[in-house]
Design a protein around this ligand. Structure first.
Ligand SMILES: NC(=O)c1ccc[n+]([C@@H]2O[C@H](COP(=O)([O-])OP(=O)(O)OC[C@H]3O[C@@H](n4cnc5c(N)ncnc54)[C@H](OP(=O)(O)O)[C@@H]3O)[C@@H](O)[C@H]2O)c1
Length: 249
């Protein structure tokens, strides 16, 4: 089909109000995607939507990833609005940095819910739409990209529970790919070290923001995945920072 006459692709991005998710949304908009942007708080999402350029339509939706009902409603709202899902970006995440013995139950539940349970529900709910989109465009297929963490690949002091949720997310992405890639749906975890966002404000005293990864470094990888054929499955992309050690966040 003539490239100009191809239907516009649609993406759903969680965690789109700030940091890595916001940058991914900005770049997908410039690439011409229709977008559903999600986060808990509605006002910052409206601001991000106003900052987007590009020909696509933008829909914002407040949804708490720790609430399965809201996760399911988010997918239905995207489906009703766009009727296709070429790319699901799981950007929402939370982290508590504390020695393992000091992580309280509330913090643990929050990380498990937002970083692992929510993404699994989100993917389950999105699968019919991802499969339908991939079946209509088998060359490109449909992709899931989950922002995991380098702490899910190698252990990092103080990030035991957070890293465990991200290791689970990486494993889940692999399982999705082996179960779904025959239907042209695959999942990729992107596992960065420290990225300069609100989430790493606590780290700035010991690690200068200029020495952290930039949100654009991660967003560019997402764009690259959207340009690849469905035959290419990419399980996990580790992104580490320059310096004298590779495997540290
Ligand atoms: N920054 C890093 O160094 C780093 C490194 C590796 C991986 N990551 C991962 O990358 C992802 C993005 O991180 P970031 O640094 O961009 O974080 P951030 O700046 O703190 O942004 C987090 C985003 O997630 C949303 N969010 C948080 N809790 C949520 C919930 N319960 N339900 C729905 N949305 C929620 C936030 O919006 P609301 O607050 O409005 O909900 C916001 O849009 C996370 O999964 C994080 O674990 C970050």
């Amino acid at each position: 089909m003539d490239k100009d006459r191809q239907p516009r692709r649609a993406a759903l991005v969680t965690g789109a109000s700030r940091g890595i998710g916001r940058e991914i949304a900005l770049r997908l908009a410039s690439e011409g995607f229709d977008l559903t942007l999600a986060a808990r708080s509605p006002a910052p999402l409206t601001d991000v939507a106003a900052d987007l350029g590009g020909p696509g339509a933008v829909h914002t939706r407040a949804a708490d990833m720790s609430d399965s009902r809201q996760v399911r409603e988010l997918v239905h709202a995207h489906d009703e609005r766009f009727g296709r899902l070429d790319l699901l970006v799981i950007g929402a995440g939370v982290g508590v940095s504390r020695p393992m013995g000091e992580i309280d139950q509330k913090g643990l539940d929050l990380m498990l819910d937002v970083n692992l349970r929510g993404p699994i529900t989100l993917v389950q709910e999105s699968l019919p739409l991802l499969r339908a989109t991939a079946s209509a465009d088998p060359d490109r297929g449909a992709r899931i990209v989950a922002i995991a963490s380098l702490s899910g690949v190698v252990s990092e002091p103080g990030l035991a529970a957070y890293g465990a949720t991200k290791a689970g997310l990486i494993s889940f992405c692999e399982s999705v790919t082996i179960e779904e890639s025959a239907r042209h749906v695959s999942a990729t975890a992107i596992s960065p070290g420290y990225v300069d966002t609100d989430m790493t404000a606590w780290k700035r005293g010991e690690l200068h923001p200029a020495d952290m990864l930039a949100v654009g470094d991660i967003a560019e990888l997402v764009l690259a995945l959207t340009r690849m054929s469905a035959v290419a499955t990419v399980p996990n992309i580790a992104v580490t920072r320059s310096g004298d050690r590779i495997w540290r966040a």
